[in-house]
Design a protein around this ligand. Structure first.
Ligand code: FDA
Length: 318
């Protein structure tokens, strides 16, 4: 229930206006968000690189409601790509297509994505297309398949809570699409997604198996030497049982360390991130930055009741 409430809140404009004004909310969000600027993001990326981890930088933004907003978001991404080129960090970039206006005007979104892919190609930076709520799944995948024809340096995300995901993975296998597998962070109906956590976990393990088979079939390309291009399969979770399953599956399929990337979010389970690095695994941390942190922060609260309690106790202490 709490999860649903916070996800609902993430979409309510007046709640966003009120909550983002609170200094305490901004400070709490900083646990999950590197800062407001590209400079903050690059600093966080450098520290993570020094700790042996790769990074994916996320210029926060979603659900753009006008063309100017989509163009401004694209410009921010282009500037980030230029900055990454200048800093030679082991980092790539994650984007959301709704920030480029996917729900508003598909042609505009395609045009902006094309510009981003061209610049990313020049700068040698891989682009990951995040997956959003189920109203955008089909359009996001269509756009990914278009993007994959323009560039090899692009991947997408698949959510284990959706019933359709196995079929989507099989289609991605045909184009050797690079996939980040996550559980799914939005509130979806039982008509499209498994309502129970145990079923999501079971499907996650099943999809890990399918994805790793795709990686093996593709010849298990490893993480690139510059740390920017991930291998075909990325297992994105902080759930130790899912990670243990993926490790066992790598061993069963004869996939060496480095042929599958483990991905986690900035500010979550740093201990587990470090353990995986020590064990010789490829680890990438997703680092969001920017002033549009509100919906991202609400989704992180929704994932864990302890986060809400911590946030509320700080709120009432002020
Ligand atoms: P689960 O929720 O079962 O949590 C397992 C454990 O992780 C918890 O017991 C706790 O210890 C820790 N944990 C998880 N969330 C936490 C939190 N918010 N605060 C503190 N501890 C927490 N989703 C999506 O829909 N589209 C996308 O594109 C992406 N992209 C993405 C990239 C990366 C790198 C990651 C790791 C995740 C995503 N996600 C996502 C989010 C994903 O769908 C999911 O909501 C979160 O990862 C939480 O699920 P877990 O797999 O960690 O499991």
């Amino acid at each position: 229930m709490l999860r649903g409430f916070f996800i609902l809140l993430s979409k309510v404009p007046w709640a966003q206006r009120v909550i983002t004004r609170w200094g305490v909310a901004r400070r709490a969000a900083r646990r999950f968000v590197a800062g407001d600027t590209i400079a903050d993001a690059l600093q966080a990326a450098l520290a993570l690189n020094q700790a042996g981890m790769q990074v994916s930088l996320d210029p926060l933004g979603e659900n753009t409601t006008h063309a100017e907003g989509a163009e401004a978001a694209a410009q921010e991404i282009l500037t980030l790509l230029d900055s990454l080129h200048a800093h030679e960090l082991r980092a790539n970039v994650s984007i959301k297509l709704s920030q480029l206006g996917l729900a508003l005007d598909e042609n505009l979104c395609r045009q902006l994505l094309g510009k981003i892919l061209a610049r990313a190609g020049e700068r040698g930076v891989f682009i990951r297309i995040d997956m959003e709520d189920a109203s955008l799944t089909e359009r996001t995948l269509e756009m990914f398949h278009w993007a994959r024809q323009q560039s090899e340096g692009v991947g997408v995300v698949i959510q284990a809570y959706l019933y359709r995901s196995e079929a989507d993975l099989m289609r991605l296998r045909e184009v050797q699409g690079k996939v980040r597998l996550c559980k799914g962070a939005y509130r979806e109906g039982a008509d499209v997604a498994f309502p129970q956590k145990s079923a999501v976990n079971r499907n996650y393990d099943h999809l890990v198996k399918v994805l790793l088979e795709s990686a093996r079939a593709a010849g298990t390309p490893l993480l690139s030497a510059d740390g920017r291009t991930p291998p075909l399969a990325a297992v994105a979770t902080h759930d130790p049982a899912r990670i243990a399953f993926a490790e066992a599956e790598m061993a069963r399929q004869g996939l060496p360390k480095g042929s599958v990337e483990f991905q986690m979010l900035y500010g979550i389970r740093r201990d587990l991130q470090e353990t995986l690095v020590r064990q010789g695994h490829a680890v990438r941390v997703y680092v969001p930055y920017g002033t549009h942190w509100y919906p991202y922060f609400m989704r992180r609260l929704a994932e864990r009741p302890e986060n809400v309690r911590f946030f509320l106790s700080n709120l009432f202490r002020k």
